[in-house]
Design a protein around this ligand. Sequence first.
Ligand SMILES: Cc1cc2nc3c(=O)[nH]c(=O)nc-3n(C[C@H](O)[C@H](O)[C@H](O)COP(=O)(O)OP(=O)(O)OC[C@H]3O[C@@H](n4cnc5c(N)ncnc54)[C@H](O)[C@@H]3O)c2cc1C
Length: 411
Amino acid sequence: MLETAIIGAGPYGLSIAAHFRRRGIPFRIFGRPMDSWLNHMPKGMMLKSDGFASNIYDPDSDFTLKDFCAQQGIEYSDAGIPVRLETFSAYGLAFGERMLPKLEDKLVVGLDRAPEGFVLRLENGETVTARRVVLAVGITHFEYVPEKLAHLPPEFLSHSFRHADPERFKGRSVAVIGGGASAIDLAAALREADADVQLVARQLALKFHSTPTGKPRSHWQQIRRPKSGLGPGLRSRFFSDAPMLFHYLPERLRLEAVERTLGPSAGWFVKDKMSRVPCLLGYTPQSAEVQDGKVRLHLRAVDGSERDVLTQHVIAATGYKVDLGRLPFLSAEIRSKIEVVKGAPVLSSAFESSVSGIYFAGLAAANSFGPVMRFAFGAGFAARRLTETMAKALAQSPASASVRSVATTAK
Ligand SMILES: Cc1cc2nc3c(=O)[nH]c(=O)nc-3n(C[C@H](O)[C@H](O)[C@H](O)COP(=O)(O)OP(=O)(O)OC[C@H]3O[C@@H](n4cnc5c(N)ncnc54)[C@H](O)[C@@H]3O)c2cc1C
């Protein structure tokens, strides 16, 4: 029986696997490498996170984004030069090839209990039994669409997760709903692809990170707004550097912090591009119906005024909400036994759910370990913590000890 199966090959799955490999924890990793980045974010996008906060982690920091860029002759800076989506995706693929040659590009289509652990069914029909399973499925499966739009047929409504290629909308009218980075990035990309795009957001003003001045920061600025993996600020510093402390905060505070921290704001480098996108700010969709081959969106403003927008397609760039009920591969039995709060699993300090042997990392762990879990920057902490946990479990399990001795003899 396999010791640990990792489901997911994005920044979290890759980082966890690289740590397990180095520590000698037997595992297999399944998933489409860097799929969210390659196929579900708009081409040409820049990362919001700084260069130093956009790594995939191995225990010795042997292959950082900086190393990759140096090898490829790509301009890099820890901060100040935005990282291109294409660079980060290529880095992730290169990391996988270098650190995890046995990564299996296969989806898991079933996860159920087995006598001593779990059984995974893969898309090619193979079954794998594993004592423990780490789910690192990121944003996949968790697209959120507001109820008032959800009834529209798919030819008229999609989620931003479905759009890597804005060219598809060239010459067509599109309304992008949302005021966060996903919405702003996509609206700007659609405009560049000559789509007739407009952005509808409930905020009265769009927010952008402040443009770096290039000047060194004063001592006071460094104390007042220290640098962190989630951007400058004392709160961000706490969230990025102390996920374990965060875990011990009362539940109400944790949930509030995850909901309110790092609200909608886009990278400074999109501001110029957005000046060419018409925006309806302060408006929320109230209803939507299809009329003569178009969608009529009925919007209400904060001041109570109303207006309609006619468009060929609506894109809900309204983010992601963890809901275990949406993981299609999870058996009903496992799902019913995992304790959840607001759809997300309740996790121990070791990332373990209430079903012993099932672990979650990444977005699904945000309510337990804080907003850092929504970003690649949190993958280092998750990987270290899970590695400690698995190494301990391996040391304590008699059956696993024989696995280890076979592995050692084989070397
Ligand atoms: C538009 C946009 C911009 C963003 N910008 C940034 C940024 O600048 N910086 C940043 O840090 N974060 C950014 N994020 C957040 C980003 O999504 C996360 O940081 C990152 O993807 C987390 O990595 P992950 O490994 O948890 O998940 P993902 O990258 O989503 O990877 C999920 C993995 O799970 C796999 N998977 C899913 N289902 C299965 C299955 N059934 N079987 C096997 N494998 C499966 C997928 O194939 C994939 O490999 C952005 C998100 C969006 C939407």
